[in-house]
Write a protein that binds this ligand. Sequence first.
Ligand code: GLY
Length: 324
Amino acid sequence: MGGWAIAVHGGAGVDPNLPKDRQEQATRLLTRCLQIGISALRSSLPAIDVVELVVRELETDPFFNSGRGSALTEKGTVEMEASIMDGADRRCGAVSGVTTVKNPVSLARLVMDKSPHSYLAFSGAEEFAKQMGVEMVENDYFITSDNVGMLKLAKEANSILFDYRIPLESCGAAAVENPPLHMNGLPISVYAPETVGCVVVDSQGHCAAATSTGGLMNKMVGRIGDSPLIGSGTYACDICAVSCTGEGEAIIRGTLARDVAAVMEYKGLDLQEAVDFVIGKRLDKGKAGLIAVSSKGEVTCRFNSVGMFRACAAEDGYMEVGIW
Ligand code: GLY
């Protein structure tokens, strides 16, 4: 056994011109969440509890696209989704179309632990949340003014955003002359948020994964992405755990998370080889990234998008926090 390891992501598809203060904000948040996970692992919390704890933290902070700060639908509403999987016994839980649950990842955990099912959506998920007594808030809590501005621009550009930036040119000549939104004092680009996730192997060699998102900015009402889909956006087994981020439709086509485990299991590849193989063979160029750990204590972060907000650490002292 190689000891514990953890990786956290805050989404793929980063603007190459991301302003310095925004980079610093992202780095601070990722580092804080990584430290929360490391402390929990040092206190011998099981992998499944650590991934839930870390993703809750990311959902509560509005910086990334999950929980508070979620991307908005074409109607300006929030429909969040999340999933969690325990590699020790391959139990899993997922939710979609959640509108009032403060921490969707914990509702997914309850689906796994307290329901006879693996996946609940829309009114059924909300009803289950009420029965379970989880913290619920008004839909407005999740909607930030940044995201309202981004939705407006996405609509003007007739674009569904996964990328962290849409060029103002795509919003038309009037937008270039009179930029409609200033963010961080920079009118040159528009920032769209992305998904969060965490993968952990604990010191017992048990793997777990969790992913949470508001989906894509300006998505159709009712759209479901990869994040709640076990095998696409999230997967964990006794070999590895994987959480993906990027354009959900591409990740679903590639069954990315499960394929990493499958090539390790059936081809005997190690974690890094498996991740490189799957990203090279199964993922359309420029679309996504993933974080992964193995039961041997290996950890990796890989993407073919411009960047991916990420942080990882292992018991042997390895640590990395990066954007590009
Ligand atoms: N990867 C997030 C989504 O497409 O919803």
